[in-house]
Design a protein around this ligand. Sequence first.
Ligand code: MN
Length: 315
Amino acid sequence: MNPILEAIDRAKSVLIIGHIRPDGDCLGSAFALREYCLRRGKSADVGSPTPIPDAYMFVRNSEVFNKITRRSYDLFIAVDCGSRDRIGRFEGYYRSARETVWIDHHEGHNGFGKYNLVDPTASSTCELIFDLLDPVKAITPDIATYLYLGLSTDTGHFMHGNTTPKVLYTAYKLSSYGAKCHELAVELYRTRSREKTDLIAKSIETLRFYMDGKVAIIAMTRDILDLCHVDANDTEGIIDYAIAVKGVEIGVSICEEKPDEFKISFRSRNDVNVNEVARYFGGGGHVNAAGCRAGGKKEDVIDRILHAIKCVCEE
Ligand SMILES: [Mn+2]
């Protein structure tokens, strides 16, 4: 039997923790493992250093998220955490657990558990949990729906470059095990709040083009965020409206988290390397998707972004 499943069997109580500001992969992984643990007769809790975002409140059993019922657990499992500090305030539970497991697909570490399942070639942590549970025929319709959630969100609904044949095979298997693929797609991609809808409208109005239309920048300033009653956490996906414009090679969104403090996101097409651009500001990420922060006035920040892009593109 797999050592991780053996560790679960040895435990009476299990705590499963995802990263701060949990996303679909994090929540899908944590709830799928909780379901598995409960079915094996364990007591199991799930959480993350911050609450479930409103957009994910539709997830089944979301009301038990962060309901921590014990002072310590036999087994601590971290999911989708690319570094130790991603578990935040749950550090104490990690330290006091008898055994620890780390399941993740981020690059740059081998896991921080006694038992580790870390594979950066996997699309998602949910894909890894599928590989763990499928051989023991443990995937119920509920578990399948949880795992499909992470598979779908971490691949941009099967549109990112990480959509491998293995991903589509996993999606096929999850669907055949009873995952509610259509219902999830409606909740995830065809449902948005009035506030987010307002933000999209206002953001597109700020879209400006530079460098012969190859660079497009969206600027979400404090006044726009306040007007739409949203904060920096609600700006996910806005950058897609910049990079989607034909002829644009680098899409940028800047979001004024606090007055004169900007969170900057970059997206690029083909081999244009925005990781290098983000590094100019001390940030980073991947070739086609990266981020960083910068302080200053909006116009000033945009000037520095354009300068960094010129430096990288002329290298
Ligand atoms: Mn993930």
